[in-house]
Design a protein around this ligand. Structure first.
Ligand code: T46
Length: 135
């Protein structure tokens, strides 16, 4: 099964422009209760981010402006996807290594998360991740 799982949010546009509503528990909605929202913006050109996995954290990442390239790796397969559309959310499951590359200057990456911030949930060493992922 692919690591790249999208949620397609309906675009509620009219002649004034576009609008996306992100909801929980509905069809084409975020499949978990959201405890935290954060966004990444003004990323310097050429900078990559991420390089970690989470033990118990599910997230949905939506590029609401610009674009970036997300690499996901579960320790067996490595896949990538461009986040470049405000109506598409990428689901990131727990125990998945993620890297973000090639941020455009205008990229705003919005992330919805199941848990509050907890540094002890991060696995920031790739060898540790591979070891834990294979258990
Ligand atoms: C993820 C990817 C997609 C907080 O204090 N609270 C927060 O909620 C977050 C997300 C971060 N921080 C602090 C921790 C660091 O001092 O902000 C700083 C930057 O965080 P980090 O280096 O982890 O950022 P990224 O872009 O590498 O990763 C982030 C998320 O941390 C991570 O969960 O999945 O975006």
């Amino acid at each position: 099964m692919s690591l790249i799982k999208w949620i397609e949010f309906p675009s509620l546009g009219d002649d004034r422009g576009s609008l996306v509503a992100v909801e929980m528990g509905q069809d084409r909605a975020v499949p978990f209760d959201i405890k935290r929202v954060y966004y990444i913006y003004h990323t310097e050109q050429g900078v990559s981010r991420g390089y970690h996995a989470h033990k118990q954290l599910k997230q949905v990442a939506i590029c609401v402006a610009g674009k970036c390239r997300m690499v996901l790796d579960d320790g067996k397969t490595r896949e990538e996807a461009w986040l470049d559309c405000p109506t598409k959310g990428l689901v990131i499951e727990d125990m998945v290594w993620r890297e973000m590359h090639d941020f455009s200057k205008d990229c705003v990456l919005l992330v919805l998360a199941t848990e509050h911030y907890d540094e002890s949930d991060y696995i920031r060493d790739y060898s540790d991740f591979l070891r834990q992922a294979s258990q």
